[in-house]
Design a protein around this ligand. Structure first.
Ligand code: ZN
Length: 448
């Protein structure tokens, strides 16, 4: 309503005026006319929208204004937008959310997830349709400020964090098995100081038989009112997952690496353990966390067949997983298509579900007013192969590709130049021709 009705008479008036005006005036009116006519900055047309929050799975147009979703309708007039992109045959989804990555790459520390085991996020995320990641415990309260300064504040990707219950962070066994450095109070204080940025507490890789890491993580999570994500470390009869999932964790806490098979996720007969079903009943969330060593076909296939689907699909991106079976978010999502899940089910578990799990419900959806983080995805059909942690392959017939990624209303990745004009239509000496209101890649230098 703001702008829908107002501009038609105005633009007619402007056109008439232009004919009679001086060059200077016409420049002024020209700029004014463009602004007056464009209700939206960016319009993505004709794509199949999947928005699990609003239960939309249908062909729609999506319009963006000032970095926010402004309209999702069956038809939006292309004249109402500065830039229109045709997404016919493609999916339009919320920007993907990957809640298990390791991106604290800046320290130079060898053999450490607070160092060389991590990757810089922007090289892996936007090109895969991912606009938000959560680092899964690479930093603890002692080095979170350094992580924030060097990675979080400098990345185009929205980087959130699970804070490690280990104060020193994920720096190897010497640190991660040190019970004395797992203090709930300073971890909770750091999380409260960075509300919305630290979205959970992580415990991981613990080799001993004690419950202390889990208990202290839950204590910190309770104090800061955020979930705990558990990588349950070495399997010990003293701390079985049946107790973890029904007594130690709270509803909303997250069990990651669910298809690793390393901690009795399947019972000896090869069926999904009753511990997992009971944990789900208790409200525990089950996350993929594929990584380099946490996803086996021989676990995932029977689990999915028995109906134990993941709540969220996450990569556990790091230097070992990036070129092995995991590769990237879209390759991982394609594995779940190969496992028989629908495109809609896979997208929900890569957008709206993880948004809810990390208490960021403004993300992972395309409701009016939501941040305009959008992935434009293609599902390729053919014969594809997908490998697991042991190097075993499973074939599939569908594969996700990312055509375009929009973050905060701006195009930040565009594989085939869907948003770009053919070079032959441009002036002879063309330079950067995008508009900063929608273009995060080649915006014109001049101001608007
Ligand atoms: Zn991890």
């Amino acid at each position: 309503m703001r702008k829908g009705a107002l501009n038609k008479p105005m633009s007619l008036h402007v056109r008439k005026t232009l004919k009679a005006s001086t060059p200077l005036l016409s420049l002024f009116f020209c700029g004014f006319a463009v602004q007056a006519q464009t209700q939206y900055d960016l319009l993505i047309q004709n794509g199949h929208v999947i928005d699990a929050k609003d239960k939309i799975s249908a062909v729609r147009d999506v319009a963006i204004k000032d970095g926010k979703i402004a309209a999702v309708e069956s038809h939006i007039d292309p004249k109402s937008a500065l830039k229109t992109v045709d997404a016919k045959g493609l999916y339009i989804t919320p920007g993907l959310i990957d809640i298990h990555v390791h991106v604290y790459a800046s320290t130079g520390e060898r053999g450490s997830y607070a160092g060389d085991q991590s990757v810089f996020p922007d090289g892996f995320t936007l090109r895969s349709g991912v606009t938000t990641v959560a680092d899964a415990g690479s930093s603890g309260y002692k080095n979170f400020d350094d992580f924030k300064e060097h990675i979080i504040d400098r990345s185009k990707t929205r980087v959130l964090a699970f804070l490690n219950i280990v104060g020193a962070g994920m720096r190897g066994p010497k640190f991660e098995n040190n019970l004395a450095d797992m203090e709930p109070a300073p971890a909770a204080q750091m999380a409260l100081r960075h509300k919305g940025l630290i979205i959970g507490i992580k415990t991981a890789h613990y080799a001993g038989p004690e419950w202390t890491p889990v208990e202290h993580a839950v204590k910190a999570g309770t104090e800061a009112n955020i979930p705990v994500m558990v990588d349950f470390g070495t399997n010990h009869p003293e701390r079985p997952i049946s107790i973890l999932l029904t007594q130690k964790l709270r509803p909303g806490d997250i069990y990651t690496h669910v298809y690793s098979g390393l901690r009795d996720e399947l019972d000896p007969s090869g069926h999904v353990s009753s511990a997992l079903w009971n944990g789900r009943k208790h409200g525990v969330i089950f996350d993929v966390g594929h990584g380099g060593g946490s996803f086996a076909w021989r676990v995932a296939v029977p689990a999915i067949k028995e109906g134990f689907l993941p709540d969220s699909i996450s990569t556990d991106l790091h230097i070992t997983s990036m070129n092995a079976g995991m590769k990237d978010m879209l390759n991982l999502m394609s594995k779940f298509l190969a496992l028989g899940m629908s495109v809609d089910d896979v997208i929900a578990r890569s957008t709206w579900n993880p948004a809810k799990e990390i208490h960021h419900e403004e993300l992972g959806n395309l409701a009016i007013g939501a941040p305009a983080d959008v992935a434009v995805l293609r599902v390729e059909h053919g014969t594809f192969g997908f490998t697991d942690m042991y190097g075993a392959r499973m074939n599939g017939t569908q594969k996700f590709e990312c055509e375009m990624t929009v973050k905060g209303g701006k195009v930040v990745y565009d594989l085939n130049g869907l948003s770009r004009p053919d070079w032959r239509t441009l002036p002879k000496n063309y330079k950067a021709i995008g508009d900063p209101r929608w273009d995060g890649l080649n915006p014109r230098v001049s101001n608007h």
